[in-house]
Structure formats: C-alpha cells, structure tokens
Design a protein around this ligand. Structure first.
Ligand code: NAP
Length: 280
C-alpha cells in the first residue's frame, strides 16, 4: 500500500500573513514530494489542547510562531539544544506519542550570514540591538560562532540583562544611547528590534561611526531594505537583509518532517520577494 502523504503546518495567531506555506510548498513541488503544509490559526487559549492532540492529528509536525513559541517550549516532552538554550520552540515533531521541540532560528540566522557574508565569523565584536524573542536566537548563534565580545543594546535594560544572564560570558549590556560609542569598533551590527518594519519608525542608529569593514544585518524583512540597511549600504558597508533568516530557518524543519534537507535558492528567494512586493 502506498504511504500516506506527509502533512505539516505552521500555527500562530494571527497566521494569515505567514510565508511559511509558500516556502514549504515550493520545496514540496521542487523535490516532487507528496506532502502538504498548511497554516492553522490557533488562539493562545487553544494552544495547549492543539499541542496535546498532535501525535494523533495526522500531522508529522509543524512550525510554531508568535505568540506560541514559549508555550510550545513548556509543553513538549524534550527539546533540542537550541530550543533548550533559547527557551523557545519553533519546530514540533512527535514519535511514539511523545512531542519534541526544536529551534531552527539559530541555524537560520547563521546560515543566512554564511551564505551572504561568510566573513562574519571572523568578526570579534558584535552589537545586537534589541533583546526580545528573536534576539535570543541571534545571540546564541553569535556565541556558537565564537564571537568573544557581544554587546546588547535595548530600550528596556532589564530584558538585555536577562539575555546576558541566559547566555553568560562575553556579553555586555548597554543602552540605545550608547550605540554611537559602541559602533566605533563593531564588526557586526544586528538589528533584532521591530524598528524599521513597515509602519514602524526606523532604528535610531547612525551608521557613521562603524568601521569600514563592518557588516550590517537586519532581521526585519518587510521591507527588505530597512532604513538601517539603506543607510549602511550608502556608506559602502556590507549589508544582509533578514529574508534569508526566514528561508534558512525553514530548511531543517522541512528536513525533520519530509526527510530531506532542501536548498535555499535564488528562485525561492525571488518567489518570496515578489510576494513581499505585492503585499507592501
Ligand atoms: P519581541 O520579542 O516583541 O521584541 C521586540 C524588540 O524590539 C524588543 O527588544 C523591543 O524593546 C524592541 N522595540 C520594539 N519597539 C521599540 C521601540 N519603539 N523603540 C525601541 N525598541 C523597540 O519581537 P521578536 O519576536 O524578537 O521580533 C522582532 C523582529 O524580528 C520582528 O520584526 C520580527 O518580524 C522579526 N523576526 C524576523 C525573523 C526572520 O526570520 N527574519 C525571525 C524572528 C523575528 P523592549 O524590550 O524595550 O520592548
């Protein structure tokens, strides 16, 4: 008897904006796999039941997005190392009735830079602006890459301190007002705040003090060229937009459910860029 097609999902609230069905759908078609990937709106109140029902649901697993990443972390039986260290789960799968959780954002951030600015691994000093959920994945990726001096500047200092406490050595905490001084010897500048997003004000950071070899990356990807990236490019600095992080975080999740590691190609990127252009 032919095996049933593998099914996966992304759940969040709201979820209509998610580009994950487009990404996974592209790979299913490209590799000729009989499977499906759908978006499911799950309210915060409904998430615990949704999670509990996963092993008998017919789904091999799925992605978890805002606002469920912490609830997923709490609700799974076991987690991979990245999830354990970040306190957030964005990928679910199950085996023998047990539910497992992983975090692929850490891989996504690093793989995007590896593809577009591989020299980032030689940077000694990184400045991370923001200390929210996404910043946890970014800081872990920086630590995994061996960066010895990571500064976190956030509007709310307690959140930056929480991140420092979570990840320990080599991390220092600063205020947004300290950025001009911090940027003078920054090799890699990362915006992890929602500033620069469509409809939100720009990040108040002047790229002028950055050294000429600095790389500037933004994890915001709508718009693709945030005001920060535009200013950095104008200065002649190497810039990397945030779309690649989204595409690369999807790849190990796809591999988990569908059994093969897909490639992040220019064709896939163009598909999502066109969709962003259509909707902005
Ligand atoms: P979050 O947990 O809500 O954190 C938001 C961060 O932005 C906090 O550091 C917050 O500072 C800061 N912030 C918000 N408004 C601000 C303002 N007016 N002035 C100064 N700081 C401000 O959100 P998140 O989950 O980390 O996501 C952050 C961004 O990353 C979103 O735009 C999201 O779409 C994007 N993202 C992209 C990817 C990708 O794959 N490319 C993955 C995940 C997230 P406070 O702590 O002071 O509030």
């Amino acid at each position: 008897m032919a095996e049933a097609p593998i099914k996966a999902f992304v759940c969040g609230h709201p979820i209509a904006h998610s580009r994950s069905p487009m990404i996974h759908g592209h790979w299913l078609k490209r590799y000729g796999l009989a499977g499906s990937y759908e978006a499911i709106d799950v309210s915060p109140a409904g998430f615990p039941d949704f999670l509990r029902a996963l092993p008998a649901s017919g789904f091999a697993g799925g992605n978890v997005t805002i606002p469920h990443k912490e609830a997923a972390f709490a609700g799974v039986a076991a987690r991979d190392e990245a999830a354990e260290l970040t306190g957030a789960v964005n990928t679910l799968w199950h085996s023998d009735g047990r539910i497992f959780g992983g975090n692929t954002d850490v891989h996504g951030f690093a793989a995007n830079l590896d593809q577009l600015a591989p020299q980032w691994r030689k940077a000694r000093t990184a400045t991370v602006v923001g200390a929210g959920g996404a910043a946890r994945a970014v800081v872990l990726a920086l630590k995994n890459a061996g960066l010895a001096d990571i500064r976190i500047a956030n509007r709310t200092p307690e959140r930056a301190r929480e991140l420092k406490d979570r990840f320990g050595g080599g991390i220092s905490v600063a205020a947004l007002e300290d950025l001009p001084e911090l940027l003078r010897d920054t090799g890699l500048l990362v915006n992890t705040t929602s500033l620069g997003m469509k409809g939100v004000g720009p990040l108040p950071a002047d790229t002028a003090p950055l050294p000429d070899h600095a790389i500037v990356t933004d994890i915001v990807y709508v718009p693709l060229q945030t005001p920060l990236l535009v200013a950095a490019a104008k200065r002649g600095l190497k810039t990397v937009d945030g779309l690649g992080m989204l595409l690369h975080q999807a790849a190990p999740a796809f591999a988990r459910w569908f059994g093969m590691m897909p490639e992040v190609t220019g064709e896939l990127r163009d598909l999502v860029v066109a969709d962003i252009g259509k909707k902005t």
